[in-house]
Structures are given as C-alpha cells and as structure tokens.
Design a binder for this molecule. Structure first.
Ligand code: SF4
Length: 418
C-alpha cells in the first residue's frame, strides 16, 4: 500500500475536525447568501413531495461553469415551467434548448431532461437518493453533482469536491501538487468525506463551497474574516514565512512529497496563501473559423425574415439553431471563403448564389471553453421566394422577435448584433 501522506496534508485530529465543522457551520448560518434553490431545500432532507424536481439538481447542473448571478434567472424560469419530474420528462428538447439559450454548454440541459425521463419511465418516478445510485443511474450526474444532491436533498453524509472546495482544501492543507491530477483529486475526495458534518452534511458542503465562493476566493482571499483560519496551514505559513530549512516531524520530506509543490516551483512568499492550489498549464484553445450568412427575405406581411437552420443533435451546440454556417480552413483567402460560403448557401436555397453578392459584415469572436471561434459574417438580401429542401437539416424563416425567442447560442446572438 502507498505510504499515507504526511500529517500536514491530512485532517487526522478528530478534535480539530469537530472544531472546523462547528466554526464553518456557525459562519454559514450567519453569512450564507440567500439563493432561490436554498429556499426550496431548507429543512428538506427527503421529506418533501418526491414528485417535485429536486432544486439542487437543477441549480448544480446550471452552476457548472456558470456564475451564480447568471444562473438565478434561468433557474427561476426552469422551476416555474417544470416544477415536477413528470413535467420535465414531458418537455421537448426544443423547449429545453429555448429556455437554456444563452447559458452555454447546452448538453447539460438536454441530459437533465433525459435523466428526468429516465426517473419517470424506468425508476417509477422515484429519484435515487444516494450519491452512488445517482451517479450510476442518471445521465449527466457526475460524482460532484451526485454528492451535492445526496447530501443537500437527502441528507447523506457524503463530501463534495468542486472548484471552490479544491481551492479551500488545498489551502487548508498546503497541497501544492497539480490539483487537476487524479492522485490529488482522490486525496481531496477522501478529505471532503472525512470533514463532512454527520448531522448537517448538506449545509456543511454548501458552507465549504460558499467559503470558496465568497471568502477563500482565487486572487485576494479575505483571510482576516475567514472562520477556519486557525485550521489553515497556508495562512499559518504566510504568517510565519518560509518553512525552516530542516523540516520538522510534521513537515514533508523535501522534494519527494506527492502533495507538496514540486521542488522546481517552491513557495513564493509574495503570493502568500495564493501559492495554493496549483494546476498544470491548460492547453490553449483551438482556433476555428466559420463563415456564416444572415439570409433575409420579405415575409408575407412585408416584415423581414431570416433563415435559421438546426445544428446536428450531437457535438458542439447540439440541436441549437444558427444562421447557415460553414467551418473554414484556417488559411483561406477572403475570396475563396466567399466562394465556399456561396456554394454552401446554394445547397440550402436550391438556386445559384453569386459570391460577389454576399455583403461582408465583419468578424465576430466567441470563446468556447476549448475553442477560439471566429465567425466571418456575411449577409444576403433575397428578392424572390426560396423553397427550402426538406431533405436537409430542419430550417425555418423567423422574424427578429422569433429569432430572439429561439434556441440560439450566445455566439449567434453576437452575430445577430453585428
Ligand atoms: Fe482560505 Fe485564507 Fe481561510 Fe485559509 S485562511 S481557508 S487561505 S481564506
């Protein structure tokens, strides 16, 4: 068996664990933010109507990669529209995408709805209530979301590890090895499971995440106001400066501890507690260019209408609507880009399109998590009517208001504004 990590990286003293839980929960009771999903689950622990959609499930899925302030409005509209598992199971993907439009990472909404269908059709309408079952049985529910639902909605004493918890735990225990590595993540899960309060697991987990979101923030943590500073190894180290040259019995061996910063990147005094956590450098996003064209015609009442087409049902922005678009090779000349786009439009319209007739509008940049996307935007006003080929992907003409209400991505809204 691998040797246990040195004591400074562990919570091995039961009295300290107890004190930390008490201090954190007392702070949470005093200072927690009033968020809509908290109102619904307060005092809940599985006693509520099992037909209702668990608030924490919806909020946790929406909060993945998304700020709280952005999520609140989406969350309220979602819960109003689909308050029960049954209602969500009956929704169409189109409705889900419309409500999700602008929130990003669209597969999240789709999988939430698929999971509700599964609960209703295969699990007799009963949500699984342990982290293990939630993760095993529901699509789109990973280890973190399963732990959050099980502890907050059903009172299971199980820990959670998200980005905020990673930061707090790495600082509490001076973990400076790559915090995205599986070995470190496993240690953090062990730690979260040791720490979680047995009688108030949901509140404890929310408190730890709340601490990371409001006090132990990435760049300028408010250590002076922190309810657990007396348990924080990074804070002590900041106060007392560099560790002694000769490590004490509690300290790590130099250079060979799997949880300490690598010997090549030692503690930097000026960074203080923000020495932790550390992550291996991210790969830069992939650059992509896409030509897109806003086709405009006069509708039957004389108001302008625009053609939108539906993206494939899997992959990036699956099932969303967009102006006819075509991925481009990186180093094409402008003239060639136009020609390729004109050929592509011809396919939609079933009639020749002159490349010269396309009006260049400008370039719009949108950053997805892993793609740096440049949309090269053109427009084309049509005189006569156009018959769309029903054998191609779904497409439709929409007015400006209909475009805004459709399931279109934030990137397409930027194209629209251009
Ligand atoms: Fe984070 Fe500072 Fe609190 Fe430590 S003392 S947990 S670094 S806010």
């Amino acid at each position: 068996a691998p040797a246990p990590p040195p004591a400074r990286h562990l919570f091995s003293d039961p009295a300290e664990v107890e004190a930390l839980r008490g201090n954190l929960l007392a702070w949470y009771d005093r200072c927690k933010r009033d968020l809509p999903w908290r109102a619904l689950v307060r005092g809940d622990c599985g006693k509520r109507d099992p037909a209702l959609l668990p608030a924490v499930w919806v909020s946790e899925i929406m909060l993945q990669q998304t700020q709280v302030a952005t999520v609140i409005d989406y969350y309220n509209r979602w819960m109003q529209k689909w308050p029960t598992l049954q209602a969500l199971a009956q929704a169409s993907l189109e409705e889900v995408n419309e409500l999700w439009a602008g929130l990003g990472y669209y597969s999240r909404g789709k999988r939430l709805q698929e999971a509700a269908r599964k609960v209703v059709s295969e699990l007799a309408g009963r949500m699984p209530s342990t982290a293990e079952d939630l993760q095993k049985l529901l699509p789109g529910v990973g280890r973190y979301t399963a732990g959050a639902i099980a502890s907050i909605s059903y009172g299971q004493a199980t820990g959670v590890v998200d980005g905020n918890v990673i930061r707090v735990l790495c600082r509490l225990r001076c973990i400076g090895a790559d915090s995205s590595s599986p070995a470190v993540i496993d240690r953090l899960w062990d730690m979260a499971n040791v720490l979680v309060d047995r009688s108030r697991p949901g509140d404890f987990n929310q408190a730890l995440m709340e601490l990371g979101a409001t006090v132990c923030v990435p760049k300028a943590p408010l250590c002076g106001e922190c309810p657990v500073k007396q348990h924080c190894q990074a804070w002590r180290r900041k106060l007392f400066g560099n560790p002694p040259k000769v490590p004490d019995v509690e300290d790590c061996g130099v250079g060979d501890c799997p949880l300490c910063p690598p010997a090549t990147e030692p503690w930097v005094s000026s960074l203080g507690v923000t020495n932790f956590p550390r992550k291996a450098a991210k790969k830069p996003p992939r650059a992509m260019r896409t030509a897109t064209c806003v086709l405009e015609r006069r509708g039957c009442h004389g108001a302008p209408e625009y053609l939108i087409v539906q993206r494939p049902s899997s992959g990036l922005l699956a099932g969303l609507w967009e102006f006819p678009s075509l991925p481009l090779a990186q180093d094409l000349q402008e003239e060639r880009e136009r020609e390729e786009l004109a050929d592509h439009l011809q396919m939609w319209m079933g009639q020749p399109v002159a490349a010269k007739g396309l009006r260049f509008i400008g370039e719009v940049i949108h950053i997805f998590s892993h793609i740096h996307q440049t949309y090269v935007v053109y427009s084309l006003a049509l005189d006569g009517d156009v018959t769309l080929d029903p054998a191609l992907s779904p497409s439709r003409w929409v007015t400006e208001d209909e475009f805004r209400a459709s399931a279109v991505s934030t990137a397409m809204k930027k194209v629209w504004r251009a």
